[in-house]
Design a protein around this ligand. Sequence first.
Ligand SMILES: Cc1ncc(COP(=O)(O)O)c(C=O)c1O
Length: 359
Amino acid sequence: MKKYNFNAGPSILPQEVIKQTADAVLDFHGEGLSILEISHRAKYFQPVVDEAEALFKELLNIPEGYRVLFLGGGASLQFCMIPYNFLEKKAAYLNTGVWSKKAIKEAKGFGEVEVVGESTNSIPSGYEIPQDADYFHITTNNTIFGTEISERKLQEIYAKKGNVPLIADMSSDILSRPIDASQYEVIYGGAQKNIAPAGVTFVIVKESALGKVSRYIPTMLNYQTHIDGGSMFNTPPVLPIYTALLNLRWLKAHGGVAWIDQRNQQKADLLYDCLDHSKMFVPTILDKEDRSRMNICFVPKPEYEELKDDFFKFASERGMVGIKGHRLVGGFRASCYNAMDVEGVQALVDTIKAYEAKL
Ligand SMILES: Cc1ncc(COP(=O)(O)O)c(C=O)c1O
């Protein structure tokens, strides 16, 4: 039976990327060695990192003056590396859920933190960004509750940030839509949703933004270290970086971010339309503008609450994987990352409709 992978992360990767990774596990580059056993200093690995950085920049239209780093530690380590490198006195944060909250907790260990707005089931607006902040931090997609900062609300942020550096956690929507990278000093995220298997973290950093805090920054937590070392100061996650490269090549070959943006919209429209007209379910995010295209959350209406487990079993028997909602939200969550195709989302819609036909 075909499986449809709606896991929230680690999550679906394109089949051809998985196959190419499997080939490299057996024999990398025709060298007679597995990618699992080569040195990161091998002459044929540096081009992997270089091409991955170049493709990242090309696909997201990242201007001159930025570097793309591939590090360990997950987005969670970035929650502390960001204030370590940028917070001198005060930072402003937008709290849009669990991950923003974790980032805020770490920043509080380094200086004053002003939370300018907070909400989990919608994206706040109407707040001011304090102009004396060292930076303003946003989480563009709320993986757990299923909200996402729309292009319109991002434009509002760009307009009102003034000279305050903008920093974004884009773990769960990077490369899913075009972004104006020039508006950001740093964009970071765990790569295990739209880019690679677990184990690598991407950091897009504007070089001129560094070196402005007075504290000592431990070597491994200093972005400059990794810029100077070309992501190879210490042993990088070799296999996930290679798979990231294959995935970036896949995206480029299919038409890049413009293509995936359009496909992601088509998928989200398909599933939300089904949920908005559903007999049994309601989407948890009511304001259409704030709905995530990556993580689509829905719960049974109160009168169908007791059918939740039965629906889960029904959907599992039809190959739906990873649709159980996060424990903080309950119900269901379909993560529709880049590698999920329209056919997969259609299969979920057909499953919901087939179940409802029995009610
Ligand atoms: C938006 C967001 N930020 C941060 C994280 C944490 O990432 P990591 O597990 O790589 O530390 C996640 C993980 O799901 C996430 O969705």
